[in-house]
Design a binder for this molecule. Structure first.
Ligand code: CTP
Length: 423
């Protein structure tokens, strides 16, 4: 954390990195032409104050942002996605980065956890509707006071003192997703919750308000939690607050999570990181329950199927129920790289697999994958069709029994068991 930057107080200035300035300049010029006060806001400003590169950039203007967003989309040749009911617009660049342009606004919530009704407002009101003081800071992009930090709620000081603080008593009730955000920021920055914030958070949990959130909204919180550089501190906090099961019922934070996530963070693992981390999160939940939870969160079907397969194989290995028939069935559905890596790593963690036998069984399952591919078998003269399933089952069975090791042995076995003129 940069001490130089953190000596900033309200009224100080903050320089924009060159690249960011270059990115924003066309937007700033257009806002000026339209005589609209324009500010960078939220997490991006917080990150600049911490000397961290901002992930995505959020900009607000005082006044209706629509004409500015439309003309900026043309200028940047970016895709424009607008949410008129929330007065927000997203420019999506070819490299996948986002630039959000919104009308400064107030939010009112008809009931806890409902989506807000928004109305145009001043910058100050826009900052007041935000989650935490550290995210309620703005950086002026206007010619008169470019770089000036607007910090009406003491966000800079909270950043300095590592405090997470909501701006009013209704904050968590209005938007219970802020519980998960509080854990994420506290975990990321090593911050503590200010005492009233902690009390309001506990009240919201005691009233079970997060259970009113839709599966899709919960998923949008779970993904960034999992994708934190080190997700463990945030999950520890959620477990401590009894808030973990709102995300995934039946989830308990265990020693195996600490070890597994620790391993994952230290090693450079290939494949889809979200898939790997989701697998680690649900590794101790029985497969049908984990599947039900992930369906509720509306994760894609293909991801859920992989997780189901991984948890099923893990359970078979741990319970010693990986019969040859089960092994066959398991191998008929190809295992993704992520599932294989997950199982390999799980097998090496004693808190998950305390005995030696499952590790040996896993090795045996791995070794029973035939050397020959479908193409090899076709090249040997077999016609693709139901016989291929029989051939692969037989190859796997023979390998599982330790009768075959090499490619040559497999070919010899095939010629005898499935004579070509008889196939
Ligand atoms: N925000 C909020 N309440 C929410 C979500 C977002 O007040 N439930 C506001 C905050 O001011 C936040 C900004 O919208 O800084 C942008 O949201 P998001 O991109 O989700 O948060 P970041 O703070 O940028 O988080 P990260 O660093 O993880 O990207």
């Amino acid at each position: 954390m940069s001490q130089a930057n953190l000596s900033l107080s309200s009224g100080a200035r903050c320089a924009l990195p060159k690249e960011l300035r270059k990115l924003l300049q066309p937007l700033i010029d257009r806002a000026q032409a339209l005589q609209m006060p324009i500010y960078m806001v939220g997490g991006g400003v917080r990150d600049l104050l911490l000397n961290r590169p901002p992930e995505d950039v959020d900009v607000v203007v005082e006044g209706i942002a629509t004409p500015l967003a439309k003309s900026a989309a043309r200028e940047y040749k970016a895709k424009l996605v607008s949410h008129p009911q929330f007065l927000t617009h997203s420019l999506i660049f070819r490299n996948g980065r986002h630039l959000d342009i919104a009308t400064a606004r107030t939010e009112t919530y008809a009931e806890p956890a409902a989506l807000p009704v928004v109305e145009p407002a001043s910058l100050q009101e826009d900052l007041y509707r935000r989650d935490f003081s550290i995210n309620a800071v703005a950086l002026s992009l206007n010619p008169g006071d470019f770089g000036h930090i607007w910090d009406p709620f003491g966000g800079v000081e909270d950043l300095q003192q590592k405090k997470i603080r909501v701006l009013h008593a209704e904050s968590f009730k209005d938007d219970p997703t802020r519980i998960f955000r509080a854990a994420r920021f506290a975990g990321r920055f090593g911050s503590e919750l200010e005492w009233r914030t902690r009390e309001w958070l506990s009240e919201c949990i005691a009233q079970q308000l997060p259970s009113r959130l839709s599966g899709a909204r919960l998923r949008e919180e779970l993904i960034p939690l999992l994708m934190e550089k080190d997700p463990r501190p945030a999950f520890r906090l959620l477990a401590q607050w009894s808030a973990l099961t709102f995300l995934v019922p039946n989830l308990k934070w265990e020693k195996s999570h600490e070890l597994f996530f620790g391993q994952l963070i230290r090693s450079r693992t290939k494949g889809d990181p979200l898939m790997m981390r989701l697998l680690v999160l649900v590794h101790a939940i029985p497969s049908p329950k984990a599947v039900g939870s992930l369906e509720h969160l509306m994760f894609p079907e293909a991801m859920i199927q992989q997780i189901e397969q991984a948890l099923h194989v893990l359970a078979c290995l741990r319970n010693g129920t990986l019969t040859p028939k089960e092994a066959q069935a398991t191998q008929r559905r190809p295992m993704s790289g992520e599932v294989k890596t997950f199982l390999e790593k799980a097998m090496r963690i004693k808190a998950i697999v305390p005995k030696k036998e499952p590790v040996e069984q896993w090795q045996r399952l791995q070794d029973s994958a035939p050397c020959l591919s479908g193409r090899d078998i076709r090249d040997l003269g077999y016609k693709p069709g139901p016989v291929f399933t029989r051939i692969f089952d037989a190859l796997r069975q023979a390998r599982w029994e330790g009768k075959l090791r090499t490619r040559e042995e497999e070919i010899r076995f095939l010629m005898l068991a499935f004579p070509l003129n008889g196939s």
